[in-house]
Design a protein around this ligand. Structure first.
Ligand code: NAD
Ligand code: WQD
Length: 359
């Protein structure tokens, strides 16, 4: 049988995973999706399938497995099932995690078990099946409240503000440790530290679907603009920033998806260029635009991009918020040949179109 290779996308039914799956297929990869659907719906998998098949003669298969990353036998079975079909998983992009900062404070053990436990199982199964390339979803939250902005990848990990942030720091250390102690098979990994992903696929077939009332700025802002939720509260206007509101680095999820394609290509090249005795390689990359934007600027950009006013009130600071953080993103540019190309307005317009379609 002619063995083909594919990339396993854990958390593939989620927000960033679904956009990345589409970008991978567009770049010529075969993808296999795994998700336990604890924070997503099967409709996202259908959205991925529609997008990758749009305008194509032949049908592109996107296998989906409803499996929990902590279920060692279940995850191994995904690799075995694919082998039986003539497909070898040669790389993994690990998105699957719980990500609600507030919930992590209430249920830290759930976050440790799900995020760290799931990563441990995945690393073991990758070793068993001799998979050498791992892209890990990390976060700028590993930097805490940085002393200097923009932050580069050498900035220290500061005590994390939440159990969620702690799981990202621990998973990064776990992967690094695993790489150091496992040269046969090697583990080459890219630790991708995302800043603030926003927006949706321009088709509006996939996007961000938070359950309940959103905590993140852009999903809340869109619901506020749609009039389906109380006005947006700007959390703090007395910060030491140009307009008093917090500053972040917002990047389009389509740019972020393309960064994952660049990262997996980088790891495959690393694998091919080193011989069997070459040692494992781990590299962290900031993924952001390199520009900081305030909450009030996001509101103004949304109104400019869509022509829709955003009902909002100026409120008190939110506990635990970092004042200002944005990325020093030159490492991704020079080593992955990736940089964000889409504007804030484009991202907000796509977020709004997704909101209108999904209501
Ligand atoms: P998401 O919740 O939309 O996607 C995560 C997916 O993982 C969901 O579909 C969920 O059902 C699945 N999942 C969770 N635990 C699982 C488990 N044990 N087994 C199998 N599937 C499981 O979130 P997202 O925004 O797409 O985030 C993807 C990754 O990026 C996460 O690791 C998150 O921590 C990280 N990240 C996100 C952001 C952001 O702002 N969205 C920023 C930085 C980092
Ligand atoms: C952005 C800005 C708020 C809601 C979180 C996680 C972080 C990472 C990204 C995963 C802040 C302000 C928000 C609202 C507001 N995720 N805001 N009114 O806090 O930068 O980061 O997501 O790794 O770990 O903590 O993102 O979208 O919640 O907030 O004024 O109703 O918008 O104060 O300044 P944040 P966010």
């Amino acid at each position: 049988m002619d063995i083909k290779s594919s990339i396993l996308v854990t958390g593939g039914a989620g927000y960033i995973g679904s956009h990345t799956a589409v970008a991978l297929v567009e770049a010529g990869f075969r993808v296999v999706l795994l998700d336990n659907l604890c924070n997503s719906e099967l409709s996202a998998v259908e959205g991925v399938r529609s997008l990758v098949n749009a305008g194509r003669g032949a049908s592109v298969e996107v296998p989906f497995y409803e499996v929990d990353c902590r279920d060692r036998e279940g995850v191994s079975e995904v690799f075995r099932s694919e082998l039986k079909k003539g497909t070898r998983i040669t790389g993994v992009i690990h998105f699957a995690a719980l990500k609600a900062v507030g919930e992590s404070v209430e249920k830290p053990d759930l976050y440790y078990d799900n995020n760290i436990g799931g990563t441990k199982v995945l690393l073991d199964v990758m070793k068993e099946f001799e998979v050498e390339s791992l892209v890990f979803s990390s976060s700028c939250t590993v930097y805490g409240e940085p002393k200097i902005v923009p932050v580069d990848e050498n900035s220290p990990f500061l005590p994390s503000e939440s159990p969620y942030g702690f799981t990202k720091q621990e998973c990064e250390k776990l992967i690094e440790e695993h790489s150091k102690t496992n040269d046969i098979p090697k583990l080459n990994s890219a630790l991708l530290r995302y800043f603030n992903p926003i927006g949706a696929h321009p088709s509006s077939l996939i996007g961000e679907s938070p359950k309940g009332i959103p905590n993140n700025l852009v999903p809340y802002l869109c619901l506020s603009a749609a009039g389906t939720i109380s006005p947006l509260t700007v959390f703090g206007t007395d910060y030491p920033t140009p307009d008093g509101s917090c500053v972040r680095d917002y990047l389009h999820v389509m740019d972020l998806a393309e960064a994952h394609v660049a990262a997996i290509q980088y790891l495959i090249a690393k694998s091919l260029s080193s011989d069997l005795t070459g040692s494992s390689h781990t590299r962290a990359f900031n993924l952001g635009t390199g520009s900081g934007v305030s909450v009030l600027e996001v509101i103004a950009a949304f109104e400019k991009a869509t022509g829709i006013p955003v009902p909002h009130v100026l409120g008190k600071r939110r506990e635990g918020d970092v004042v200002s953080i944005w990325a020093e993103a030159s490492r991704a540019k020079s080593e992955l040949q990736w940089h964000a190309t889409r504007s804030l307005e484009e991202a907000l317009k796509d977020a709004w179109n997704w909101q209108k379609k999904s209501k």
